[in-house]
Design a binder for this molecule. Structure first.
Ligand SMILES: Cc1cc2nc3c(=O)[nH]c(=O)nc-3n(C[C@H](O)[C@H](O)[C@H](O)COP(=O)(O)OP(=O)(O)OC[C@H]3O[C@@H](n4cnc5c(N)ncnc54)[C@H](O)[C@@H]3O)c2cc1C
Length: 512
């Protein structure tokens, strides 16, 4: 085995964003790295359609950026960032009482920090280019992990036909030894499945009752539709503002759009499965449904394209996975969606996966480069990372409310304003919105949740206090008048009810 010669042999399963970054980190430590990917090379144009199974435009934020910053690959981060578009806030689309379309910009951060729209495929390709140049990395596409023995440290792969029509041929299987396997093979991870046979892993998987389908808003210069329109924030050849994440909120549904460097928007329609079923049965209702639920969105796509894309693009479920531990002894660890697939409403899935890589290698670097040292490193990694993964999973669920309802809730916006005011004008207060802590810092997710809960309690006390002081003042004034006027007049039976209902309303908003 490779480790006998003092070189760690590392297998990375999955060449998605997380696997590719993990391979860069491992290679920089001088390990022998072999990356096994089920699909063909993403950079091969004929392979690309196979990878169109996930939203291709994502929000890249500080955690993902920081993980690339620490990869040790000169120029990688700059290359990735040069292909991103800044999104300074959300643009909330709607309709006023006269039926005119409205746009309302809500900035993400009082200090001007922003999200970046990135093409997931391009980001992945850039990392693969960097990997290819490294002498201690081998990229093996069309290799599917079919089995792993984490005690004997052996793995088995099926070599897939590179031509998908060639399914008659008997598949060849190979056996490979390793010291450590990093499972970066996504939500339906084979590494996780095989690791479960060696470790008592707690595992929880759930699907929410929401499906999603992708749409594209073409560039403003597109000529194929005469009916397509633009909004008032449109500029630079984009049909609507290129520097926002666009949201059309609607009760239990939502339509969002993220800009691309080719001046299109990658959009996602989220709705309960029953809504999808009804639209699949009556596709003729689609345009009217969009006009009612997401005013203006259908016109940006174009009615014919709307219909075509709904019929052609897959209607996909949203899975959420929590598991613990994330490792087995010194020989296996899972990262990214394999360890914590989450619903996409916080834009953190890939960011958290890239952060996993940075945190994992921090632990590995802190221990001796031996099997025993690695076992301790993986143990401490699991101890740190599991609570963070579970927390961001929960935050992602909760953010669905913020995106489709919170953005219109006055009390939610009031809390955001107060927190931003304190963050900006009284920085010593330590106040920051949850969104800023999650998206623009590297604070542990579990700490973010704790701090935000503390802030919530302080705000409630502050608000209740500021309501109580004038009310108590009024009561004192009223009581003194009552006393001086010979104790005549009415009693105040309603006061308790007023306080209770006020308290209930405040708590319901700040509890979310
Ligand atoms: C609608 C939607 C919107 C999203 N928006 C955002 C966003 O704005 N920001 C964000 O950070 N995240 C977002 N995400 C989440 C993000 O897409 C994922 O978290 C991220 O792609 C996970 O990367 P990964 O490398 O862990 O897994 P994957 O991208 O799934 O890659 C896994 C790789 O492993 C390979 N593989 C699988 N099985 C095997 C096997 N047996 N053998 C060998 N190889 C195998 C696969 O072919 C694949 O290439 C979104 C997700 C969705 C669905």
């Amino acid at each position: 085995m490779a480790e006998a010669g003092n070189k760690t042999k590392c297998l990375i399963i999955g060449a998605g964003p997380v696997g590719a970054l993990a391979a860069l980190y491992a290679a920089k430590r001088g390990w022998d790295v072999e990356v096994y990917e089920l699909r063909g090379d993403l950079r091969d144009a004929s392979t690309t359609p196979l990878n169109f199974t996930k939203s291709i435009n994502l929000a890249l934020s500080e955690r993902g950026i920081n993980a690339m910053r620490h990869s040790g690959s000169d120029g990688l981060l700059e290359a990735v960032l040069s292909e991103t578009i800044p999104m300074y806030g959300r643009m909330i689309h709607g309709e006023d009482s006269k039926g005119d379309l409205t746009e309302e910009s809500q900035l993400y951060d009082v200090h001007g920090r922003f999200q970046r729209a990135v093409d997931r495929g391009e980001l992945n390709k850039t990392m693969l280019d960097y990997l290819e140049d490294l002498p201690n990395v081998e990229l093996r596409f069309h290799h599917k992990l079919t089995g792993a023995d984490f005690r004997k440290r052996k793995a088995w792969f099926e070599i897939q036909p590179s031509d998908s029509r060639d399914h008659q041929r008997r598949l060849q299987e190979i056996e490979v030894d390793f010291d450590i396997m990093l499972g970066c093979d996504g939500a339906h991870s084979a590494v996780r499945y095989h690791m479960m046979k060696f470790v008592r892993m707690n595992y929880e998987q759930s699907y929410i009752d929401t499906l999603w389908c992708e749409f594209t808003i073409p560039p403003a210069s597109s000529e194929e539709e005469s009916t397509v329109s633009t909004t008032s924030s449109a500029k630079d050849g984009f049909r609507t503002s290129p520097n926002h994440l666009h949201i059309w909120p609607s009760s239990d549904k939502m339509f969002i759009g993220i800009p691309s460097t080719d001046k299109t928007f990658t959009c996602t329609f989220f709705a309960p499965s029953s809504t999808f079923a009804s639209l699949e049965q009556h596709p003729e209702d689609l345009e009217q449904f969009f006009q009612q639920q997401f005013p203006g969105a259908a016109d940006l796509i174009g009615p014919a394209e709307l219909q075509k894309q709904f019929e052609q693009n897959p209607h996909l479920p949203l899975i959420s996975i929590k598991c613990s531990p994330h490792h087995y002894s010194s020989s296996g660890v899972i990262l990214g969606d394999a360890a914590h697939a989450m619903v996409p409403f916080y834009g953190q899935g890939m960011n958290a996966g890239l952060e996993d890589v940075r945190v994992l290698f921090e632990h590995l670097d802190a221990h001796p480069a031996t099997a025993a040292g690695r076992a301790t490193a993986l143990e401490t990694y699991t101890t740190e990372r599991v609570p963070d993964a579970h927390t961001v999973n929960d935050l992602a669920y909760a953010n669905y409310w913020e995106m489709h309802a919170g953005v219109r809730s006055r009390l939610y916006l009031f809390r955001k304003t107060v927190e931003e005011f304190l963050s900006d004008k009284v920085p010593a207060s330590g106040f920051e919105t949850q969104y800023s802590r999650v998206s623009f810092s590297n604070q542990r997710y579990s700490e973010v949740a704790e701090v935000v809960e503390r802030q919530r309690k302080i705000l409630i006390r502050g608000m209740v206090g500021s309501l109580i002081v004038p009310v108590v003042g009024c009561i004192a004034w009223w009581a003194s008048r009552w006393q001086t006027s010979g104790r005549r007049g009415s009693s105040v039976p309603f006061a308790g009810g007023v306080f209770r209902s006020l308290g209930d309303r405040i708590a319901s908003v700040f509890g979310r």
